[in-house]
Design a protein around this ligand. Structure first.
Ligand SMILES: [Fe+2]
Length: 388
């Protein structure tokens, strides 16, 4: 994020005295990426941000992964997954590799405990529902169609106002707009399908009193991904002001302006974000190819360097007609073999001028394994539907 924000009370100069009405100093914290060499924010706390009083093991949900072997396309029906209702602890692992993990959770209306992911940024797609994400930076509302981007190590909690279907994309890196959308100083360029106006960060602070407050921390050791329950002497939501370029924000899928063409446009025009070794794209309702002989659905493609994960979230996905895929489905088309439309969908698409379809795609540049949630949701007949 290169878009500066300032919320609450901050001193005129950084790293100078900042006091409350009784003359007590606030505690300044720099939260920054890449070792003081990339984006950061400065936060001013009432309490000491490192005042821990306990640290215990937090047992994570099953993080096991099963290789996609023998290799085949997969169809995972996420709406058949039953999850615990906690927006954080209820997440079931659907797909993952050493760069990114995709989960799924159907929440209730109870807030999560305070939580932070110390492994990487989270980009949580809101399939349905609404509520808020509270954090040390303040409150961000969320609604259906939002990507909620939460920087690594941001202490936060989910507060659903209603049942919410969440699709967390948990990176081992940072998640940001593609570099090619940005000027060399970080402003969105004219050809980008969205811009700064579409990104919504916190506008108000959130101050909470409390002591002996638990925070669930997801992190890594040499044994893999683990959890720790850290207990703080005072409530972490004690920030009276902050400024900088690092903070949680939302971007709604409806604010993405699809780029279309006379003939079929490839997925990179639909890109939203990127992380290390993966990208996030979305396919949205749009006018389609207007050449008189155009074939609107995609050609068969062998993405030799990537596994492709499509999450079908709205409309009627033209290229998948006849495959059994529906809203709430995931298709995994792994690298190493070609995929494309079910054959009948090609003729059926000719002459179409509009597709009413919405899907969120994650392309990874390393093979994906199946999580326990993915295995539990599989429609094992999918791989053979092109040959029927
Ligand atoms: Fe594809």
């Amino acid at each position: 994020m290169a878009h500066y924000r300032s919320v609450g009370a901050i001193p005129q100069k950084r790293h100078t005295q900042h006091r409350d009405a009784d003359g007590r100093l606030y505690y300044e914290e720099l939260m920054g990426e890449e070792g003081f060499s990339s984006d950061s924010s400065l936060l001013y706390h009432r309490g000491v941000p490192s005042a821990l009083v306990d640290s215990q093991v937090w047992e994570l949900a099953d993080q096991s992964r099963t290789p996609n072997h023998p290799l085949k396309a997969r169809h995972l029906k996420l709406h058949e997954l039953v999850t615990d209702p906690c927006p954080v602890e209820g997440r079931r692992l659907v797909l993952g590799n050493n760069d990114v993990r995709i989960g799924y959770v159907v929440t209730g209306t109870e807030p999560s405990l305070l939580y932070r992911n110390a492994i990487g940024d989270e980009c949580v797609y809101v399939e349905s529902g609404s509520g808020t994400v509270e954090s040390v930076f303040g409150v961000v509302p969320y609604a259906e169609g939002d990507y909620v981007v939460i920087p690594r190590a941001t202490t936060h909690r989910w507060v659903p106002a209603e049942q919410s279907r969440l699709y967390p994309i948990e990176a081992n890196s940072h998640v940001h707009p593609p570099k090619r959308y940005l000027s060399r100083f970080g402003q969105f360029l004219e050809h980008a399908p969205y811009c700064e106006r579409d990104l919504h960060g916190p506008t108000e602070l959130l101050l909470v009193e409390g002591d002996n407050v638990d925070v669930l921390v997801k992190h890594r050791t040499s044994t893999g991904i683990v959890g720790t329950r850290m207990t703080y002497a005072t409530h972490p939501f004690d920030v009276v002001g902050w400024d900088g370029c690092l903070y949680p924000y939302t971007f709604n899928i409806a604010d993405f302006m699809p780029i279309t063409g006379k003939i079929h446009q490839p997925p990179p025009v639909h890109q939203v974000f990127e992380g290390w070794n993966f990208v996030i794209c979305n396919f949205l309702p749009r006018k389609v190819d207007y050449h008189e002989l155009a074939i609107p659905v995609p050609y068969y493609h062998s993405n030799v360097d990537s596994d492709e994960v499509m999450f079908y979230v709205g409309g009627d996905y033209e290229a998948r007609k006849g495959s059994g895929i529906n809203i709430g489905s995931i298709s995994l088309h792994p690298g190493g073999y070609a995929h494309g439309p079910q054959p009948a969908a090609i003729e059926a698409s000719l002459g179409a001028d509009y597709f009413d379809e919405s899907a969120v795609m994650v392309d990874t540049f390393a093979p994906l394994d199946l999580g326990e949630g993915g295995l539990a949701a599989e429609d094992s007949a999918y791989a053979w539907t092109w040959a029927r």
